[in-house]
Structure formats: structure tokens, C-alpha cells
Write a new protein. Structure first.
Length: 685
């Protein structure tokens, strides 16, 4: 049995049996699971590390019955004795390489005074979480159409490092050959397979050379929400010639032949047909002769009446507000539903048709000069999956935006001057946004009063980001907009033109997850937990997951979406990739989006605290940690610029109830210029 050979035999060795009882001895002799070293401490890693550890535990649990033989009782014993140990010290492990982790793993075993025996697998290999590992995880999280908890992490990799001390029966595989450096990458779903293979006599070098453990995932996963069978790598290597089409190309061919069938159904048929387009086509043709194949929803704009007309409630009881559910997408079309279930309001047919078309044509011509935003994530340079440009009023403001203002810690180079139609529309946007804000305060906020930190002043647009999504696959992942110049409780007016796309939102739910040095993450939890307590915990997790369930707001041409004061601190939003879109007569497959913003005078870059890198800090809001949720902080983001390193600067940000910053040293009025309002003076009259 796996436990007998991997755990209990170790506990019978005199060298360990003579140790006094303690956490280390119990961990080694009563549990099984990997030893993990964290070597990345970038700002976003604080959010991603708990997600990774949960994914690691869940993928191992799911693989037990598939990879290890045994009765249900034995599998249950494996589930309840699984635990991983995480070495989590920024001072010791930040940015170290594989050899350093290998040495740290060795030193830890030396300190345990392990006997020279045939070691279990968990003491012959350790796992390493570095920037590359979290970068792949971040991509999976951002491109998933589900909540983080339910995304498919099976193909996410982790580094596995070999170190056999003090096993006298095995020597470390020295990196004498370039094809095996002493470590390899393994998909999370294959870790148990590697554990069992090494226990049965295989070596990690065998897995590295075979190249079949890290499957690299299905490249179409970003468009598919549920897990599907993948083509066998070995079979693919045997049947495909070097010039034969990839799975993506075959799937594209099938989509062109059968445009009315859903992509996931085509992928399943292609897989069952051994990767043959001809065989898959024959199967579909035969199926259609007997029964209809699952068809894809049309790409035309949909119209739906308000859900309130279909919901009956007892007299005196308010309707239930939370309709989103874990793993499901709630689609909203009517303004009443959007206002009731999200922190947004929407106005359809906002501009006169001729004015909307003129603005669209103007910005389509402008979009030829847009660029992709490049930034650094976990020491890798990545690009935004759409193009954009920032618009301000005057040439002097363009100079400031490229030399003083930053976006995500990076100076923008693509800044343009406001166009005539953009300026003309601004007055209507300003009036509509301010009207909607007042309605929101009176109908939705407690006692009909504005939120704490929300500005009581009139919302005045003086900057605008214009985004171009060229085709259905261009998108942007879940995020909250940067608050550095907008301040707390920011309000944004977003005007959509061209192709209709889905704007997805989901609530941010605070987590009580804690991270500590050398922490143990156990799938079985405390042994003192009662069944009723576990049931209550499970119910709480479901409620939290339901609260994070995503909502889709459909944004047709010429619609204005107002993101209200609670949006950026309490929700995240995204533009999801689409399988198809219904072409617009003027823009084809392209969507133009204008986000009008109010840059606050008091938050000019010259007033903002500077970090040790010499650049001004970035304003963020605590969203995940319950004890500090809602507090604001200044942080260094210089490390997001490609080729640069940031510092660990941190400072709590203080604001009065109206969202005005409380500076330790009050700046003089002439130090920082203000951005000009988009609306001309004569337009205000």
C-alpha cells in the first residue's frame, strides 16, 4: 500500500523513532504530500499563492483514485492523511534559482537527522513556485470564464526538483547533460502519477526526457469553461507528421465547416475521432441524419425583458438580490436588472444615431494609431490583449501624461489630444453620469446619503481611455481600475460603440486565509472538527462562491454604462472573449469603448508619495483581507515596467469622508497643475 511504503515505514526507522515527538516527526511519519518552496514575492503573488496551494491540493485529491489502486476505504485514508509543507520566507528564498532550492531542501533534511535509508518520494523531490509558475496560473485565472475557485488548473505547471540525500540507494542526477538540469516541470494533475512512478523505480529524469508529464494544456481552454478529454500526446506524436495541422487548426477547420455547432461539442467529436478532421466530419454528418447536434447560440444582439416581470414576491418582502451562482453566468439585458444586481446603471441608445455613428467612425480612424500596453508580470513582459490610447485636452497635458503620470507604474507613450466628436459628446456624458449618481444615492445607498470617501462634488471628465477590441478574441481579464489619480469611490462613464460584447462583473469576497512561514496546508483540516462544523463550513464556502458568481451585462452599440462609487473597491470587471460576434455595419468585428474619467486635482503626481525607486507610488484598496478591507494604501509598482525592479515601499493612505487626501505635508496650490475639463466654457451655459 502507498502509505505503508511511503510513510509508515519511515516512522519505524530507529533514526526517526528516537526523535522526541513533535510537529516535524508527526508530519513525516503520519502524513504524505509535497514539500513546497516559494521563491516569488511579487505584489500579485499574495493573491495567487493561496489559489495555487488550493489548486495543488485539489488536483492531487482528484488524482488519487485514478493513479493509486485501493479500496474506497484506502483512498479515503489517503485523502485524510494528505498534507503539504510550504517554506515561505522572503528573506531566504526571494528570487533564488533551482540549485539554491535544492540546497535548502538538502539542508532541511540534514537538520532532521534522517537515517540513511531508501527515502520516500516526498523526501527525494520538492516543488518550487517561481514567477513562471504563477504567471501561468495568473493566465488561467484571468482567462477563465468561471470564478477563481472553479477554474480548471489541471494543466498549470509546477517545478519538481530532485535531491536524494541521504538515500544510499539513489544518487542525484547531476546536470551533466543539457537535456536534464536536475529538475523538470509537471502539470498539477500529473503529480500523483509522478509520485507513484518514482516509488515504483522510475526516475525524474525519465519524466523530463519523455516530455509527456507536462502536457501544456489545451490552447482553447480560454474559451471553454469545463474540463474536457485531451488528445493523447503519445498518440499525437505517432500519427502526426511534422507538417500536419495542430489541434487548433483542425478545430478551426471544423468551425468553418459547421458554424452552427458549439466549439466544445466539436472538440469532443474531434477528440473521439482520434484527431481526424475527416472522421469528425463523417460523425457529425451521420449524427445529423438521426438527431440534431447541439447548436451554438446566435451572435445576434439579444433582447430580454426585465427579470422583475417574471419574479413574484410575497407582499411586503423585497425581491432577492443575489441571483448569481457558483460556476454560472447570470446574463442581464434590461436597465432595471443591471441597476438592481450590479454596481452599474446602463442607458441604451444614449446618443442620437447620427452622432453615435460619427463618433464611431472618428475613433475607428484614430484606432489605427493605438498600441498594446506592455508590462512586466513575474519577470516576464506581457501585452494587453487589445489596443488603447489615452486622450486629454491640451498638448501640455500630453507632455504631463507621458512624463509625470503613470499607469500601473509605467509611463504611457500613446497619449493623444481630444478629438472634436469626443469633446462634443463629453457634455452629454457628464450630465447623464451625474444624474445617475444622484439616483443611485437616493435609491440604493443607506439613508439616501453618499458613501464614505465618495466625493460630493460634481463629476467632471478630464481624461478618457479609448480601447479597441478588434475581433471576438480580444479581451481584458478581471481587474479593478487603478485609483491613483481617481481617488477612492471612483465613478467612470463607459460608452460602447460598434460590436456588442459582454461586460462581466463579479463581487470581491474577503478571505480569512493566512500565510505563515513554513506553514502546513492540510486537506483534512483539524481533527477536532465536528461533522456539523464541517457542514457549516461547506455551506459558508458555497455562499462565498455564490457571491463571487459572475454577472454578464450585454453592451450594445451606443450604450452608456455608469460604474458607480462601489464598483472599483468591491467588484472586478472584464471583457470576456467571445466565440462569435454579430458584425456591426460600420465597425465590422471591432468594438470601441470610451471610459471617461475624472482625475482629481489633489492627486496630481507631484503630490503623491514617492517610493525608494524615485517614482510616485500607486493607490490601491485592500480587497481580500477581512481585517483591513476597505483601507487604502500607497505601494511601489515600478517593478511592473519591463526590465526594472521595484522596492517594498508601503504606506497607508488617509482620506477625509469626502475622499480628499490627508497629506502629512500639505502641498502648495501652485505646485501641481490641474487637468482641463473636457467641456468648453460655452458648453456649460
Amino acid at each position: 500500500m502507498f502509505l505503508q511504503k511511503e510513510v509508515y515505514r519511515l516512522g519505524s526507522e530507529p533514526g526517526l523513532r528516537s526523535l522526541p515527538p513533535g510537529p516535524e516527526r508527526d508530519f513525516l511519519t503520519l502524513t504524505w504530500g509535497p514539500i513546497v518552496y516559494r521563491t516569488t514575492y511579487a505584489p500579485d503573488s499574495q493573491r495567487l499563492i493561496p489559489i495555487f496551494l488550493r489548486a495543488l491540493n485539489e488536483e492531487i485529491q482528484k488524482a488519487l483514485s485514478r493513479c493509486l489502486p485501493g479500496s474506497p476505504e484506502q483512498i479515503h485514508l489517503l485523502e485524510t492523511t494528505y498534507a503539504s509543507k510550504v517554506f515561505n520566507s522572503q528573506e531566504e528564498y526571494h528570487g533564488v534559482d533551482e540549485e539554491t532550492v535544492q540546497g535548502a531542501f538538502h539542508d532541511w533534511k540534514v537538520a532532521l537527522a534522517l537515517p540513511a535509508i531508501e527515502l520516500p518520494v516526498r523526501l527525494r523531490m520538492c516543488l518550487m513556485i517561481d514567477d513562471g509558475v504563477l504567471s501561468r496560473l495568473a493566465t488561467t485565472v484571468d482567462m477563465s470564464s468561471m470564478v477563481e475557485k472553479d477554474a480548471d488548473y489541471s494543466s498549470c505547471p509546477v517545478k519538481v526538483i530532485e535531491e536524494n540525500f541521504p538515500d544510499l540507494h539513489r544518487r542525484d542526477s547531476k546536470p551533466t547533460k543539457e537535456d536534464y538540469p536536475g529538475w523538470t516541470k509537471v502539470a498539477l494533475s500529473a503529480l500523483v502519477e509522478v509520485y507513484d512512478g518514482l516509488r515504483r523505480g522510475r526516475s525524474l529524469e525519465d519524466y523530463h526526457k519523455s516530455g509527456q508529464v507536462y502536457l501544456d494544456g489545451c490552447r482553447m481552454d480560454r474559451f471553454i469553461s469545463r474540463k474536457r478529454p485531451r488528445l493523447s500526446p503519445s498518440a499525437t506524436q505517432q500519427t502526426l507528421s511534422p507538417d500536419e495541422d495542430s489541434t487548433d487548426m483542425k478545430l478551426a477547420i471544423l468551425l468553418s465547416l459547421f458554424p452552427d455547432i458549439e466549439q466544445d461539442a466539436l472538440l469532443d467529436i474531434l477528440t473521439s475521432s482520434g484527431g481526424s478532421v475527416e472522421d469528425a466530419s463523417a460523425v457529425i454528418t451521420a449524427q445529423r441524419a438521426y438527431k440534431p447536434v447541439k447548436k451554438r447560440a446566435g451572435g445576434v444582439s439579444a433582447i430580454q425583458t426585465s427579470m422583475t416581470s417574471h419574479i413574484t414576491t410575497e407582499a411586503g418582502l423585497p425581491p432577492k438580490r443575489q441571483l448569481a451562482r457558483k460556476g454560472k453566468t447570470l446574463h442581464l439585458f434590461s436597465p432595471e436588472d443591471v441597476a438592481a444586481h450590479t454596481p452599474c446603471t446602463i442607458i441604451h441608445n444614449f446618443l442620437p444615431p447620427d452622432e453615435a455613428d460619427a463618433l464611431l467612425l472618428e475613433l475607428l480612424d484614430e484606432s489605427k494609431h493605438f498600441s498594446r500596453y506592455r508590462f512586466q508580470l513575474f519577470d516576464r513582459t506581457v501585452e494587453s490583449p487589445h489596443t488603447s490610447s489615452l486622450y486629454v485636452s491640451t498638448p501640455e497635458e500630453i507632455r504631463q501624461q507621458t512624463s509625470e503620470y503613470t499607469y500601473g507604474g509605467i509611463y504611457r507613450s500613446n497619449v493623444r489630444q481630444l478629438t472634436p466628436h469626443l469633446r462634443a459628446v463629453s457634455a452629454k456624458v457628464q450630465r447623464a453620469v451625474n444624474d445617475e449618481v444622484q439616483k443611485r444615492i437616493q435609491t440604493c445607498y443607506p439613508d439616501g446619503k453618499k458613501l464614505k470617501y465618495q466625493s460630493p462634488k460634481e463629476w467632471v471628465p478630464n481624461a478618457a481611455f479609448v480601447n479597441c477590441y478588434d475581433g471576438p478574441t480580444e479581451s481584458v481579464g478581471y481587474h479593478s481600475d487603478e485609483l491613483t489619480y481617481l481617488g477612492p469611490r471612483a465613478i467612470i462613464g463607459s460608452l460602447s460603440l460598434g460590436v456588442e460584447r459582454e461586460f462581466r462583473v463579479r463581487r470581491i469576497v474577503a478571505s480569512d486565509d493566512d500565510e505563515g512561514n513554513d506553514s502546513e496546508v492540510s486537506a483534512r483540516g483539524s481533527t477536532a472538527d465536528s461533522p456539523s462544523k464541517r457542514k457549516a463550513t461547506s455551506k459558508g464556502v458555497d455562499v462565498r462562491a455564490d457571491a463571487q458568481g459572475q454577472i454578464s451585462i450585454h453592451l450594445p452599440h451606443n450604450s452608456l454604462l455608469v460604474m458607480h462609487a462601489e464598483m472599483q473597491e468591491e467588484w472586478k470587471h472584464a471583457i470576456a472573449p467571445a466565440q462569435t460576434v454579430s458584425p456591426h455595419p460600420l465597425s465590422g468585428n471591432r468594438r470601441i469603448n470610451i471610459t471617461y474619467r475624472w482625475y482629481r486635482d489633489a492627486l496630481h503626481p507631484r503630490n503623491i508619495p514617492r517610493c525608494r525607486c524615485g517614482t510616485h507610488a500607486i493607490l490601491r484598496c485592500v480587497q481580500r483581507k477581512r481585517e483591513n478591507k476597505g483601507r487604502y494604501m500607497w505601494m511601489c509598482y515600478a517593478g511592473h515596467e519591463p526590465g526594472k525592479k521595484g522596492c517594498t515601499f508601503f504606506q497607508w493612505a488617509e482620506f477625509d469622508d469626502d475622499g480628499e487626501p490627508l497629506w502629512e505635508i500639505k502641498p502648495t496650490e501652485d505646485e501641481a497643475p490641474t487637468l482641463r475639463n473636457f467641456i468648453e466654457e460655452d458648453d456649460k451655459q
